[in-house]
Design a protein around this ligand. Structure first.
Ligand code: CAA
Length: 294
């Protein structure tokens, strides 16, 4: 299929499918529903679907309590989301956003299955934070209709979304996704498919530099964090933020990069990060990381 014969070039975005309702996926489903898109929220297992739904209820509950939304809006947003464990329910989605765990084999398999079930003009988007969009696009059956849309945690509060193009992404597909990001009230930036895109390419090495500082015993956890908060104006210090993001996520990003780009000096695995990861101390989600979480 040649790019100029895409027909119709881009569907009107009406229904958005969110595949994976974890930390990121539930937020993407929520902000899409808040912007009046019909949302189909998918998880493979009922218990993960229920957990995702509770997360959305919790977040909307906070907004309701603080009078950022009315009860009527709360009900409207919740009613705009259909929850399912059945792939067939994704068939008529216009945009499919994937936010499952960062495992390339799993993602590739998923895109193959989605390509079979989704309508031919549906656009596919991955929320991966550090894996290659091109590798996924190559197995998606529709590389010209494939982009990255990378959100930040917590999705409900963070204003940025990176929109990532590969060499195969059709310009109209890219523009449609870029403007969808605006529709869901996020600020879109564009980037080519490169390791970590813009934010993580800068952020992750800065977090690992903080860890390496700890490895060298140059300063304490508390003082490193306080320094970046009060000396650089960051809302959270780097080790606090690492715990917040999840040490498994940081570990997986840096391990992948060290393997794939062994000559890049900015990519280095800190000992204190690896040890905590090996012990299962993954930060806020497990109650312990660089800090103890109540
Ligand atoms: N849903 C709805 N409302 C929420 C919410 C949620 N999930 N979480 C918090 N809120 C509300 C709170 O109730 C609060 O409401 P009020 O203002 O009415 O009191 C408001 O939002 C602010 O909440 P907090 O007081 O907890 O927020 P804060 O001012 O302390 O800021 C923060 C929290 C936005 C997380 C801020 O600390 C921050 O920006 N931290 C850095 C986060 C960051 O860097 N994220 C990127 C991580 S990297 C990433 O995600 C990419 C990757 O691929 C690894």
């Amino acid at each position: 299929r040649s790019l100029s014969t895409l027909s119709p070039p881009v569907p009107k975005f009406d229904t958005v499918a969110c595949v994976g309702l974890g930390l990121m996926g539930h937020g993407i489903a929520q902000v899409s529903a808040q912007a009046n898109f019909k949302v189909v929220a998918f998880e493979q297992e009922q218990r993960f679907l229920d957990a995702g739904r509770s997360r959305i209820e919790g977040s909307l509950g906070k907004m309701l309590k603080r009078e950022k939304i009315s009860q009527e809006q709360y009900d409207g947003i919740m009613n705009g989301i259909t929850y399912t464990t059945d792939f067939a329910d994704l068939a008529s989605s216009d945009l499919v956003v994937e936010a499952v765990i960062e495992n390339m084999d799993l993602k590739k398999q998923l895109w193959g299955e989605l390509n079979n079930v989704c309508k031919p003009d549906a656009i596919f988007a991955s929320n991966t934070s550090s894996l290659s969009i091109t590798e996924m696009a190559d197995v998606s059956g529709r590389p010209d209709r494939f982009v990255g849309v990378h959100f930040f945690n917590p999705v409900q509060l963070m204003k940025l979304t990176e929109v990532i193009r590969t060499v195969h992404t059709h310009p109209e597909v890219f523009d449609a996704c870029h403007s969808w990001v605006g529709d869901i009230k996020k600020v879109a930036v564009s980037c080519n498919d490169t390791p970590g895109f813009i934010v993580n390419r800068l952020l992750v090495p800065s977090l690992t530099q903080a860890c390496l500082m700890l490895d060298r015993k140059d300063a304490t956890i508390k003082d490193i964090d306080l320094s970046m908060q009060l000396g650089a104006g960051h809302p959270m210090g780097p080790l606090h933020l690492a715990d917040y993001i999840g040490l498994d996520t940081i570990h997986s990003i840096i391990a992948g990069w060290v393997e794939k780009y062994p000559d890049e000096p900015a990519f280095e695995m800190p000992k204190c990060l690896k040890e905590r990861f090996d012990n299962g101390d993954l930060g806020r989600k497990t109650g312990k990381g660089f800090y103890h979480w109540g």
